[in-house]
Design a protein around this ligand. Structure first.
Ligand code: C2E
Ligand code: CA
Ligand code: CA
Ligand code: CA
Length: 275
């Protein structure tokens, strides 16, 4: 590599160059996946804690990258956001989630993650409207999960979009609650239908008294505000029992069910109760 600045040009260090090339390759593969139907959705059941029945499912992106294998969403959503591809990928996810959810027994709902970048791109409400229309899914059975990243951009426009979605009849959940800086403030600004308590709090339930105190405070506050509480990442029976005792309505986690294919979910839903 040459010295930077002097001659008005600069070579990247080799490792930097390699990373750039990897990112480009990833972008190319993401575009191809979009064009050729390379994405799938997995669905993780959402459980009503009181009777342990499935009341909905969260749609989670899955990508089998050619020559590489399964790439977790955390590893490609960042690039998809930087390149703007998240708009199209997210639109696909909304359409596909609605299409599948329309085949589930009523009133089971589906939750779809919406990235902050996707949220800010124009056309989200139109996309949701079209997906509901094409699938025939009632709007009340679709929930959009947004994170604090959406609300950090605290503009009139953000609130207007949320309100438009709400007017369509779609539900709005605040994802990863408690991991940001001012989650509480956002609850005051917008009437969410649900808060999803981040799995980092659930993980330490029963071990760390502070985690218990935080979860119970969030559940109590949700109740007072008339917002449904969902606890994520429940892996142990004891965690479920503590959450139930604290009045948490809904859970997700490996203890009850892992994310599964749409087919596996339909089989599960068709199985007689108790099996
Ligand atoms: P998230 O929205 O917080 O989703 C929950 C993640 O926790 C999922 O990981 C899920 O498989 C995992 N999980 C569920 N139960 C348990 C448990 O009991 N224990 C543990 N350790 N993990 C559990 P996944 O599918 O790898 O997704 C990771 C993240 O990628 C999601 O976090 C979400 O932020 C993002 N993501 C996934 N699908 C989409 C999508 O369609 N659009 C957007 N924008 N983001 C998505
Ligand atoms: Ca989520
Ligand atoms: Ca989450
Ligand atoms: Ca997350």
């Amino acid at each position: 590599a040459k010295e930077a600045g002097r001659g008005g040009y600069c070579f990247f260090a080799p490792e930097m160059n390699q990373r750039l090339q990897e990112r480009r390759a990833l972008e190319v593969d993401l575009r191809n996946a979009l064009a050729s139907g390379g994405f799938r959705l997995a669905f993780q059941p959402q459980i009503n804690l009181e009777d342990e029945r499935i009341i909905g499912a969260e749609a989670l992106l899955r990508w089998e990258r050619p020559g590489v294998g399964n790439v977790p969403p955390d590893q490609f959503i960042g690039i998809a956001e930087e390149t703007g591809l998240i708009g199209q990928i997210g639109a696909w996810a909304i359409h596909e989630a609605c299409r599948q959810a329309a085949t589930w027994p009523e009133p089971m709902g589906v939750a779809v993650n919406v990235s902050p970048v996707q949220f800010r791109q124009p056309g989200l409400c139109e996309c949701v409207t079209a997906a509901l229309e094409h699938s025939g899914l009632p709007a009340s059975r679709l929930e959009l999960e947004i994170t604090e990243g959406v609300l950090l951009n605290d503009t009139e426009e953000t609130l207007a979009t949320l309100e438009r979605l709400r007017r369509l009849g779609v539900k709005i959940a605040m994802d990863d609650f408690g991991t940001g800086y001012s989650s509480l403030g956002y609850l005051q600004k917008f009437p969410f239908d649900k808060v999803k308590i981040d799995r980092s709090f659930v993980r330490n339930l029963g071990q760390d008294p502070n985690a218990g105190a935080i979860v119970s405070a969030v559940v109590g506050m949700s109740r007072a505000l008339g917002v449904r509480a969902n606890a994520e990442g429940v892996e142990l029976r004891e965690q479920a029992a503590l959450l139930l005792a604290q009045g948490c309505e809904e859970v997700q986690g490996y203890f009850f069910a892992r994310p599964m294919s749409g087919e596996a979910l339909r089989e599960l839903l068709a199985a007689p109760v108790g099996q």
